[in-house]
Write a protein that binds this ligand. Structure first.
Ligand SMILES: Cc1cc2nc3c(=O)[nH]c(=O)nc-3n(C[C@H](O)[C@H](O)[C@H](O)COP(=O)(O)OP(=O)(O)OC[C@H]3O[C@@H](n4cnc5c(N)ncnc54)[C@H](O)[C@@H]3O)c2cc1C
Length: 495
């Protein structure tokens, strides 16, 4: 994996940069010691590590603005970082860049029940938002499994999803407004508490922008009243194919469950060993379907779902009786990642999305790839929205095995695109999938996306080396003669 070559000139100016940062962020907010920098050397994509030039931990929007203005004027790169749980390497540091940690932006600024929203600083964890309004019967719907740790700013930057996003939408559907600092130091506000606001609607551009367009310093999110009741039905199938047909049947019947998750046999065995959720070990796939809403509606839909499941050959059914059992059914799925971690010294979490009806074909092809690479794979997926999380098991201590796992992962993502899906469902592109962008987008598409980046960050200083496989200098963009989608000299890296 290639990153932009570090600029020795910037590294030579490290002392000046540290002094300038200390002038903006007093106290312990500037980290320069190598031991302390190590904490920030990677995010959740542990395979890639790099010590940052320095780390700066501002506490106010004004400090962020001054830091970015300084970096803009002095040609210093900046990598924004929330909690560092990202799985695609978006917060991977640069040797000649400042890592800008938002961890000290950790306050909830306003709870507004009248407008059903919460205004929070970006370093607030996802779960803290629900915890702040839970006692009043509200919650924040997007629920990544990392919600105890990941930041709401990182959620916006990645357009994070979760188990309940099938019915209630991803971050983008629950985000009302942001305050963002541009690389020039300018502070902008987009959106508002109300449904529409003046100016261009740029919220969709900023959501999922992976720290490439600006640094988010405030977030306003929608909160929802908690459903009056929720029950889970566990369904066991003799094949993943039958499970896939059940998913199609439920959606086809016009039912949108609160959550609908599927896992295959290796994943089931790992989870059941880790947390006893009562999952059957003699099935090939389990579907967890949560139905929420008024009790009478939930009871009715449970019957309909069970009927659909039996029609496609479901062999085992269990419905949760009470809240404790509902939580117990979820406990295994919630601990999917740590439990699979016990099966193998290392594993790689993939994230691709496919049209739901392609699930059986993709699972079959994935099993063939697993055989040909000689690497095991355990599958968990947000079945309702077609978002797959194949977990590729490998041992990094065996020479060449990590590269093999990466090649296997790339083939899975190419397969997702081939069947009409996309490279990511919720974990973003970062560095992990950067070099696969060409499998999904034409050169022309990517030039257009780069132009958008240039409109926000003309010098390409904000999180360079991420998302785009080729970084064009913004100045040369206008001069490139791209004809019929063909970029001149495509092999020349443009860092
Ligand atoms: C065990 C585990 C389970 C997970 N489960 C899920 C899941 O179910 N669903 C899901 O969607 N994700 C999941 N993730 C991935 C991850 O938690 C999310 O992508 C999350 O949104 C990242 O938030 P963060 O604060 O850790 O961001 P970071 O990792 O720090 O950064 C992620 C990206 O956002 C940018 N960024 C961060 N903060 C800002 C900011 N304030 N302004 C501008 N850019 C910023 C960074 O530059 C980087 O590109 C999981 C991760 C782990 C480790």
């Amino acid at each position: 994996m290639k990153m932009p070559l570090p600029d020795d000139g910037v590294i030579a100016r490290r002392g000046d940069i540290v002094a300038a940062m200390r002038g903006i962020v007093p106290g312990e907010g500037v980290i320069v010691d190598e031991e302390e920098l190590k904490v920030f050397e990677c995010d959740g994509l542990l395979a890639y590590r790099q010590l940052p030039l320095i780390v700066v931990l501002p506490e106010t929007t004004e400090q962020v603005s001054r830091i970015l203005r300084y970096c803009h004027e002095n040609g210093v790169k900046v990598v924004p970082r929330g909690a560092g749980t990202g799985l695609s390497g978006g917060a991977l540091p640069l040797a000649d860049g400042i890592t800008l940690g938002l961890g000290k932006f950790n306050k909830i600024l306003e709870i507004d029940f009248y407008n059903r929203c919460v205004v929070a600083q970006p370093g607030v964890t996802n779960l803290s938002i629900t915890s702040a309004v839970d006692g009043d019967g509200y919650y924040y719907a997007p629920d990544p499994s990392s919600r105890i740790a990941c930041s709401i700013g990182g959620n916006v930057a990645e357009n994070a999803g979760g188990m309940h996003c099938l019915k209630y939408g991803l971050t983008t559907n629950n985000l009302l407004a942001v305050e963002m600092v541009l690389m020039s130091g300018e502070v902008v506000r987009l959106g508002g508490k109300h449904l529409d606001s003046g100016g261009l609607d740029l919220m969709g551009v900023v959501t999922g922008s992976e720290g490439l367009l600006g640094v988010i310093t405030e977030v306003t999110v929608r909160i929802l009243p908690k459903p009056t009741s929720a029950r889970v039905v566990l369904l066991g199938f003799p094949s993943s194919n039958a499970g896939g047909r059940c998913v199609a049947g439920i959606i086809g019947a016009g039912i949108i469950p609160g959550a609908m998750e599927m896992m295959d046999k290796p994943a089931i065995a790992a989870m059941e060993q880790f947390v006893s959720s009562g999952y059957w070990l003699d099935v090939e796939a389990i579907l967890i379907v949560e139905l929420d809403g008024p009790e009478v509606e939930v009871d009715h839909l449970l019957g309909v779902v069970e009927g659909i499941a039996r029609d496609v050959g479901c062999s085992h059914v269990r419905v949760s009786e009470g809240e404790d059992e509902r939580r117990q059914f979820w406990a295994g799925r919630m601990s999917a990642f740590p439990s699979v971690g016990r099966l193998s010294p290392d594993y790689m979490t993939m994230d691709g999305t496919i049209p739901r009806h392609q699930l059986p074909a993709v699972l079959t092809r994935m099993a063939q790839l697993s055989d040909s690479y000689g690497l095991r794979v355990a599958n968990v997926f947000h079945a309702g929205d077609g978002n797959l999380h194949p977990l590729i098991l490998y041992d990094a201590n065996r020479p060449g095995e990590m590269e093999k796992a990466e090649a296997f992962g790339a083939d899975i993502l190419r397969l997702c695109v081939e069947v009409g899906g996309v490279l990511s469902g919720e974990h973003g592109i970062g560095v992990e999938k950067r070099d696969l962008m060409g499998d999904m987008f034409t050169d022309q598409d990517m030039v257009q996306q780069s132009r958008l980046k240039c409109a926000f960050d003309g010098h390409g200083l904000l999180n360079p080396g991420k998302v785009f496989p080729i970084l064009h200098r913004c100045a040369e963009m206008g001069k490139l003669n791209v004809r019929d989608g063909r970029l001149p000299f495509p092999d020349i890296p443009r860092f």
